[in-house]
Design a protein around this ligand. Sequence first.
Ligand SMILES: [Zn+2]
Length: 206
Amino acid sequence: MAIKEFLFLSALGIVGWRIVEVRNNPAVLQAQDDLRAELSVSGHIVSGGFSQLTSVSAEQAYQMIQAGQIFDLKNSNISRYFDWGEVFANRTSNEIRTITLQQLKNAVRHAQVLDKVRDAYGKPIHIASWWRDKESNRRAGGAYNSDHVKGLAIDIDHFSKSEKKKILDSASTISEVTGLGYPASSNKGHIESFTNNGRRKNSWFY
Ligand SMILES: [Zn+2]
């Protein structure tokens, strides 16, 4: 974490503590909402205190999200290589609050599989889309209750079709991976795990 970011988080920690102290004051509650809105627009959803979500259980993380307690997603690991910012990319704090406990646990399981894919590929993997709330999924043209809504699928987006293919081929060597999508016309690809009752689907080319 850069020193500027650290100071920023520390300052927010103090603000967060003061808000708790005077939480019945409507003006303070409004200020808290404004702060959340501002930070979610910048892509960093932050509150004082938590910078490593891995130190809390899935249940605690779920309760924090439901309570509107927000944390530094980018600096909170979901697994060895991936962070919560990647799970919730481009989602507003209101959308994030619609995640269910089961979906959140699924995202953790999928992240552990993605760690294996990352090791097999040997280089960082850029995730374009992971969990989607139902409304965003509908807008993205995804199937109702798609594996993205369940937290069990990612879309990758890489700089070249050959790298994309290497990642998907690496994923095909991991037993928990149950579905792979190879769009021919773009650098994108789709990886899902634990779907289809654990049985491998045919890869689909489109
Ligand atoms: Zn997908």
